[in-house]
Design a protein around this ligand. Structure first.
Ligand code: F6R
Length: 243
């Protein structure tokens, strides 16, 4: 695992966007795996700027998002469909048919999940997967536990995640209790992984992710088994690995 420590969230966002931009430029049909949440917001803002400055063209890009809450309409302001339109897709020239985001609203979830995995394979697999990390070590919504799923699936969110993500909702009661997420196996199949983390609240998770026991109780620890992971962190998130 390559570890890059930067001084600020701004630098982290610019570096992450540059990695994505390079992948798009060097690949004729780039396939990106995308995350939501607070961490990649600055990266998306940079990518929109790069598109406006004609540094990057999204017309041949295909994307697969990691996850989506169960039961939230795609127009719901806290849905990841909405997030992706707001932060990226509404501002760039990506083709609608090349955008893939898990859905779990009024449909057969297991059939949807199988179809999602088939679409990733049909696209040739993910070239560059962007990841954030949960305070409890989750990746996508692969939550800590005795087992991890390989493929896309419906999952229960842990109390930790519900509490963490309640900051985006009016109250913890409004946070959906389930989500659809790509599985750990699908994520580990990406050719390259870029894991982003910023701030003190991620320092403990980063420490467990980069060293120590590989365990389903801390899903991010499995990334140690991947052959091409770059961890891009600011000083605060790196605090416990720098010591
Ligand atoms: C979101 C996702 C999650 C987040 C993680 C960190 O698509 O897959 O695993 O990356 O919960 O979220 P933030 O960046 O909000 O701290």
């Amino acid at each position: 695992m390559e570890i890059v420590v930067v001084e600020s969230y701004r630098e982290l966002s610019a570096r992450a966007a540059a990695v994505v931009g390079d992948e798009i430029k060097k690949n004729r049909r780039p396939v990106l795996g995308l995350a939501t949440g607070s961490t990649p917001e600055g990266m998306y803002a940079q990518l929109v700027r790069m598109f406006n400055d004609e540094e990057v063209d999204f017309s041949n890009v295909t994307t697969f998002n990691l996850d989506e809450y169960a039961g939230l309409h795609p127009e719901h302001p806290q849905s990841y469909h909405y997030y992706m339109r707001q932060h990226l897709f509404d501002h760039i020239n990506i083709k609608k048919e090349n955008i893939h985001i898990p859905q779990c609203y009024n449909q057969d979830v297991s059939e949807f999940c199988r179809e999602y995995d088939r679409s990733v394979i049909a696209a040739g697999g993910v070239d560059l997967q962007i990841l954030g990390i949960g305070g409890n070590g989750h990746i996508g919504f692969n939550e800590p536990g005795r087992y991890l799923n390989c493929l896309t699936h419906l999952t229960d969110l842990t109390e930790d995640t519900i509490k963490d993500n309640s900051r985006f909702f009016n109250s913890p009661d409004e946070v959906p209790r389930q989500a659809v997420t790509m599985g750990m196996g699908s994520i580990m199949h990406a050719a390259k992984i870029l894991l982003l983390a910023s701030g003190n609240s991620k320092a403990r998770a980063i420490k467990h992710a980069v060293g120590g026991t590989i365990t389903t109780d801390f899903p991010a620890s499995l990334l140690q088994l991947h052959r091409d992971v770059t961890l891009l962190v600011d000083r605060e998130a790196a605090a416990l690995i720098e010591k």
